[in-house]
Design a protein around this ligand. Structure first.
Ligand code: SF4
Ligand code: SF4
Length: 173
C-alpha cells in the first residue's frame, strides 16, 4: 500500500469519527430499550390470515377464549417443545370443556411466535415483557395462570425515541 493511500484512508476514518462526536446516538441499548413504550402484542388474525406486528416477549393467554384445542402445543412440538397442556379441573370456562390450557417453559422457548399463529381463537399473544431471567431454572416455567396476567406499561420510560427521516430512529435525550 502506498503511503498516500494509507494517509488518505486514515484521514477519512478520523474525519468520520469526529463527525459522529456531534451526532445524536442512533441506537438505544439495554436496559434503556426496556421501556415498553407501547403494549403492542404480537398477534395473529385467523379470519384475515395475517400476523399483527408487535413485541415478541412472554406470552399472554386469554383463558376466556382458549378452547384447549392444543394447536399451539402441536405447533411448538417440532420447534422446541416449550408448551405443555396443563389440566386445570378447577376452572369453569364454557368454551374449554376439556379444562386444559397451555403452559410455557421459557428455558426452551425460542420466541418464534408459531404457537400464536396456530391459535384459531384469538387466545394467545406475545407481550413486550422480555426480562425473564431467573436464578432457578424452574421459575422459567409459566403456568396458564401466570401467562394470563396482562403486562403492565412501564411508568418511567428511559429512552425518548424520535425518528430522523434520513438516519432512522434515535434517542432524543
Ligand atoms: S414462541 Fe415458538 S418456541 Fe415459544 S412456545 Fe411458541 S411455538 Fe414454542
Ligand atoms: S391457546 Fe389457542 S391454540 Fe392453544 S389451546 Fe388455547 S385456543 Fe388452542
Amino acid at each position: 500500500m502506498k503511503i498516500t493511500e494509507f494517509v488518505k484512508g486514515f484521514m477519512i476514518s478520523v474525519n468520520t469519527g469526529i463527525q459522529h462526536l456531534f451526532r445524536k446516538r442512533m441506537t438505544t441499548m439495554y436496559p434503556e430499550t426496556q421501556n415498553y413504550p407501547t403494549l403492542d402484542m404480537y398477534a395473529y388474525d385467523p379470519r384475515k390470515g395475517i400476523a399483527v406486528s408487535g413485541w415478541r416477549g412472554r406470552h399472554y393467554l386469554d383463558m376466556t377464549k382458549c378452547t384447549g384445542c392444543q394447536l399451539c402445543y402441536i405447533a411448538c412440538e417440532n420447534i422446541s417443545e416449550a408448551i405443555e397442556m396443563v389440566p386445570l379441573p378447577e376452572t369453569n370456562y364454557p368454551q374449554n370443556k376439556k379444562k386444559i390450557f397451555p403452559a410455557v417453559d421459557y428455558g426452551r422457548c425460542v420466541f418464534c411466535g408459531f404457537c400464536v399463529d396456530a391459535c384459531p381463537f384469538y387466545a394467545l399473544y406475545m407481550t413486550p415483557v422480555a426480562e425473564l431471567s431467573e436464578y432457578d431454572r424452574n421459575d422459567l416455567y409459566y403456568s396458564p395462570y401466570e401467562l394470563s396476567k396482562p403486562p403492565a406499561v412501564n411508568p418511567t420510560p428511559r429512552a425518548k425515541e424520535k425518528i430522523d427521516i434520513k438516519r432512522g430512529v434515535y434517542d432524543e435525550r
